[in-house]
Design a binder for this molecule. Structure first.
Ligand code: FEO
Length: 173
């Protein structure tokens, strides 16, 4: 059993995870349009991971007997100057998510909601990896600057990324 306040906060985060999925799906198509097939793959994998995050919240809430709500989503941006621009905006977005997860964790501690604290642990760890991946890419992209050959090399690396569903996660796609 979770409190109404906690369920509302988790429902908000669930919708934010879905927004993240849509954000990266649009970025995937933008990268494709730029001729960067590897980056398009990277963002598509990111999209699939966010769907898993969304489903984790959905499953947790429904397992707790909560009926979810899904208010209309906000518009997803679809204009980017470059791959670096997209990854910088990805990092900025993930930092907001990290802050939201931290707020949720604090709320769970205040409410002595142990089940939700345990549930959120996975996300706390996941956010470290998410931000780290973005920082690595930003550093590499800054190194190569406008050099097309360098960008294509990074694009090739991004094309190697595989979608690996976390063990025990609900498979949404
Ligand atoms: Fe679901 Fe990228 O955090």
């Amino acid at each position: 059993m979770i409190s109404k306040k906690m369920s509302e906060s988790l429902n908000t985060q669930m919708n934010l995870e879905l927004f993240s999925a849509h954000l990266y799906l649009v970025m995937s198509s933008c990268a494709n349009e730029m001729g960067l097939k590897g980056a398009a793959n990277w963002f598509f994998v990111q999209y699939r991971e966010e769907i898993i995050h969304f489903m984790k919240f959905y499953t947790y809430l429904t397992d707790q007997g909560v009926v979810i709500s899904m208010p209309a989503g906000k518009d997803v941006p679809n204009k980017y100057k470059s791959l670096l621009d997209m990854i910088q905006k990805t990092l900025g977005h993930e930092q907001i998510i990290t802050s939201c997860i931290n707020d949720l964790s604090e709320q769970a501690v205040k409410e002595k909601d142990h089940a939700t604290q345990i549930f959120l642990q996975w996300f706390v760890t996941e956010q470290i990896e998410e931000e780290n991946n973005d920082r690595d890419l930003i550093a590499k992209l800054k190194l190569v600057g406008d050099n097309g050959h360098g960008i294509l090399m990074i694009d090739g690396e991004m094309g190697q990324r595989l979608f690996v569903p976390p063990v025990g996660s609900p498979l949404a796609v």
